[in-house]
Design a protein around this ligand. Structure first.
Ligand code: SF4
Length: 466
């Protein structure tokens, strides 16, 4: 397949890049330098002592764009979404917080640019200077942004930046994408590769841990980097490039390994690839007769919903059965924009499940998780897994005790729709696989009766003669 060319895609001959050189694969590689007129507002504009949140709180008179976005947001919260209206023709959808953020920091950016996922990728917020213009940084945030040296690079799409609280470093979404010096703290049991993936990699970028399933990493780029990422050791480092040679080595291994029936394509974020490259990868996998099942893991609907274009959906619909695991963490991510992205994927016939990492101070409360799973169901996404945060190096500030996960499942099971209750799992360190945990419901036995505890803590007998 050396003659395959990919429109708009780098990579074929690209060399590895360092984290701070790392750039979006979908770009031409010629990234425009941010200027006040096309991107982040100038220093002077930040002198205005009114934050986005202040505007939201004060109920300041919205501009025409704010009014339009508010109206669209309300409509799309309560009515069925016309997936064609996200961008392009028809009325646009934009949540009010994003509208206010744009007015302040990207006043000259057109709707067309803002809705263009490549524009978003090119204008990711990555430097101390950029963060400082948009957020009131804490000492812990400023120190790490000025010193660098974290395992994982830092980057946030302008869209996701617009959802952050500029004044509160403890806001849930902000904690997940803005680094702090706590990432330098190593605690016992942590490791750079806690799941032992590197030891199960027969070909670079392929993890073969279970007999019939593999994990395929087409690239190590993500549009936004999650501070708790299990693959911090590789993601954003520029060492896993989507070049044809490496991917052909993977396809060759899969062709030879006939027990593999299930391929998970995951992160880096596969949807950061161009449509052409995804088309090629999915087509190559589908051409292998024993591969029955293909899944894609992505956080795009949460951090860059603009990526879910009708053109992308047209590529994906060619490769059914295709499933997707979406990475959502918190109800604040469930914006009208994300809802449209999920609607487009669901309308393409892709079953959607969510994977949520349990994080201290982010989503470790029953009420927050309940809001999240309810919003996911409304977005046509089935809550699938809650993961205990893996013991990756520098993640102790995110990790909850296991009892917290069990408490959350107890607070959901029986207290809401069964479809809304995910499975709580620990991915066993060292490559042991996912182990589900749930609160005890079998109390014991009394003769031929099994004693069971229901969601209210009441005990019931079930006839179960031995
Ligand atoms: S999107 Fe996934 S792979 Fe990328 S940084 Fe977040 S958790 Fe890691």
């Amino acid at each position: 397949m050396n003659d395959v060319s990919f429109v708009g895609v780098e990579c074929e001959n690209s060399t590895a890049v360092s984290p701070d050189q790392e750039e979006p694969p979908g770009s031409s590689g010629l990234l425009p330098v941010l200027t006040p007129s096309e991107g982040i507002a100038s220093q002077n504009s930040t002198a205005t002592a009114v934050s986005v949140l202040d505007l939201l709180r004060s109920g300041a008179a919205p501009t025409a764009r704010s009014k339009s976005a508010q109206s669209n947001s309300d409509q799309n919260t309560n009515t069925r979404i016309d997936a064609g209206h996200f961008s392009g023709s028809g009325s646009r959808v934009e949540n009010p917080r994003t509208t206010l953020f744009r007015e302040r920091f990207f006043p000259d950016t057109s709707d067309a640019d803002w809705d263009d996922w490549r524009w978003q990728s090119r204008h990711r917020v990555k430097t101390l200077d950029q963060f400082e213009r948009m957020l009131e940084l804490s000492t812990e945030e400023r120190d790490v942004l000025s010193d660098g040296g974290t395992l994982l690079p830092t980057a946030v799409t302008p869209y996701y930046m617009s959802l952050l609280d500029p004044d509160n470093p403890l806001q849930a979404l902000r904690k997940t994408v803005v680094p702090t010096t706590r990432e330098f703290v190593r605690t016992p049991g942590e490791a750079d590769d806690p799941l032992g993936e590197d030891g199960h990699s027969p070909v670079p970028g392929l993890v073969h841990r279970y007999p019939d399933r593999v994990l395929l990493l087409p690239l190590d780029f993500c549009s936004t980097y999650c501070r708790y990422c299990t693959r911090s050791r590789v993601v954003g480092h520029g060492e896993i490039q989507p070049n044809v040679q490496r991917l052909e080595a993977i396809f060759h291994y899969l062709e030879e390994t006939t027990q593999v029936r299930d391929v998970l394509i995951s992160g880096g974020d596969p949807l950061a690839l161009s449509d052409d490259k995804l088309d090629w990868i999915l087509g190559r996998l589908r051409a292998i007769p024993h591969i029955e099942f293909v899944r894609i893991g992505t956080k795009m609907p949460a951090v860059l919903p603009q990526r879910i274009t009708p053109e992308l959906c047209n590529v994906l619909r060619k490769y059914h059965p295709l499933w997707m695991s979406l990475h959502f963490l918190h109800p604040d991510e469930c914006t009208p924009e994300s809802k449209i992205a999920c609607a487009r994927l669901a309308d393409t016939g892709i079953p959607l499940g969510s994977q949520t990492v349990l994080l201290k101070g982010v989503n470790d409360e029953v009420e927050i998780m309940k809001q999240l799973v309810h919003k996911l169901l409304l977005m046509r996404v089935r809550p699938y897994y809650i993961y205990q945060c893996d013991p990756i190096s520098g993640s102790s500030h995110f990790r909850t005790p296991v009892s917290k996960g069990l408490e959350i499942i107890q607070g959901l099971r029986g207290h809401t729709t069964g479809y809304a209750v995910p499975t709580y799992v620990i991915d066993a360190p060292g490559g042991g696989g996912k182990i589900p945990l749930q609160p005890d419901t079998v109390v014991g036995r009394d003769g031929d009766d099994l004693l069971l505890k229901n969601f209210e803590g009441k005990t019931f007998r079930y006839p179960d003669p031995i």
